[in-house]
Design a protein around this ligand. Structure first.
Ligand SMILES: [Zn+2]
Length: 454
């Protein structure tokens, strides 16, 4: 049988990344992501997996974000018996993210059962903490740049993608056919992480297109952060920053450290990192300092700029301490987590600022607030939004369309075909046109559950 590529997620959307390569003899899946965001997408997590999990020999993970890794515990529970290959830093971050995801699933199911909110009795979690632990035992660490045989005759090799710690571009050598999967590409010139590495050659390319229709503002994130904090503090308000626990929170600490060093923050301004998961992720970032751009001492200093809040009571008390202050808290799109308590307290306060730190998916509270909603619903209550709203979209961990093109120019010749994944339809189609017009490559946007012969 010819080599076949089947898109099992992240087609026409930015979540649920999973792509299956198989030829009748071996079967390897790239990523094992969870669907997130709109309810119609989340429901796909509950549908039977489109292929028998027991028939997949191995999985190679590009990086730890849940939209790339979050379905693993369920797949293992449903019969996947192989190994999961990933960089060591990805494994360490998955340990944090999958445990947290399982815990969230369990508490949601528990809440639904106690309040009779589910049609299903009893409501069950998608997977449990025990499932997440079982999935973690399947991981096999990979060094960057070295080939690993992941299935008979199938080799995988990782290159650095930037994006978040440990994030990888995956090259699969399938008995002589080279398939390259971009994973999520980071930005060029990120202060913490290296640029996406150029890949010389690919027969087929799977390319993300999250920001395929956008160019990040050339505005300097540090300047904007300094301005916003300065004017909010002057009004006597607080700055609440919903931040993704892995990657964004660490980048914010870095910028705040630089601003403090340059004496550009109000003297004595308290900065809190109120997210146990972010605090744990900082530990992983510390452990893998060899993957970072700045030197070790400077990284350590940056991580020390904030006061770390682990305790839930201490977190609640933050809302009664005097303003001004900066609170970095998760989740990044305000879909859950401790940041909700802070939003309840500060969103109605016109002196304060809610400062988002990147992409806000459709349907999330973050997206609603930035699109001008005058109230948001939190824990069943309608909360008025009167605070200043802003988004440091340039803090995105994703390459914009110019940067994607820059990475593509690193290929010595055009792949036979380029498949666009991981983008909303507009973004993916705009990128398709740019690739066709500017590079002359054969390129198309894939559809959910479509398969192609390579
Ligand atoms: Zn990602």
């Amino acid at each position: 049988m010819d080599l076949e590529l089947k898109f099992l997620g992240a087609a026409g959307t930015v979540t649920g990344s999973r792509h299956l390569l198989s030829d009748g003899e071996a079967s390897v899946m790239l990523d094992c992501g969870m669907f997130q965001g709109l309810k119609t997408l989340r429901q796909r997590n509950w549908a039977p997996f489109p292929v028998d999990p027991a028939e997949i020999d191995a999985i190679v993970l590009s990086h730890a974000h849940l939209d790339h890794s979050g379905y693993l515990p369920r797949l293992v529970r449903d019969g996947f018996k192989g190994n999961v290959y990933a960089s060591e830093a990805t494994i360490d971050l998955c340990d944090i993210l999958l445990a947290d995801s399982a815990h969230l699933q369990e508490s949601d199911a528990d809440f639904a059962n106690r309040h009779g909110l589910s049609k299903h009795r009893p409501a069950l979690p998608l997977y449990t903490t025990a499932d997440a632990r079982r999935a973690m035992s399947r991981f096999k660490g990979m060094d960057f740049a070295a080939p690993y045989e992941v299935a008979p005759g199938v080799h995988a090799r990782l290159s650095r993608a930037g994006h978040i710690l440990g994030a990888s571009i995956v090259e699969i050598d399938w008995r002589g056919t080279r398939v390259v999967f971009s994973g999520d590409l980071g930005r060029y010139g990120d202060p913490l992480l290296p640029d996406p590495e150029p890949i010389g050659q690919a027969d087929y390319l799977l390319l993300e297109s999250t920001y395929g229709d956008r160019r990040h503002e050339p505005l300097d994130a540090m300047e904007q952060l300094a301005d916003i904090i300065g004017r909010t503090a002057q009004r006597g308000g607080s700055v609440i920053i919903p931040a993704f626990a892995v990657g964004r929170a660490q980048l914010l600490l870095w910028y705040l450290h630089m601003l403090k060093k340059q004496k550009r923050l109000p003297a004595g301004l308290p900065i809190y990192l109120d997210s146990p998961m972010s605090v744990n992720a900082v530990e992983v970032y510390r452990r893998h300092r060899d993957l970072m751009r700045p030197d070790i001492g400077e990284c350590d200093e940056a991580y020390g700029v904030a006061h770390y809040v682990r305790d839930a009571e201490e977190s609640k008390k933050l809302d009664t301490t005097p303003m001004p202050k900066v609170i970095i808290s998760a989740s990044g799109m305000a879909t859950g987590g401790r940041v909700l308590h802070h939003l309840k307290r500060y969103a109605p306060d016109p002196r304060s600022t809610i400062l988002f730190s990147g992409y806000q998916a459709a349907g999330t509270r973050g997206s609603k607030m930035l699109h001008g909603a005058d109230t948001i619903k939190i824990h069943g209550e309608y909360v008025p939004v009167r605070a200043e709203l802003s988004n440091l979209s340039m803090l995105s961990a994703h390459a914009d369309s110019d940067e994607i093109l820059r990475w593509l120019r690193g290929f010595k010749k055009a792949p036979r075909a380029t498949f666009l994944v991981h983008g909303e339809p507009e973004a993916a189609d705009t990128l398709r046109l740019r690739i066709k017009d500017e590079l002359g490559w054969s390129c198309r946007v894939v559809e959910h559950l479509e398969s192609v012969r390579l």
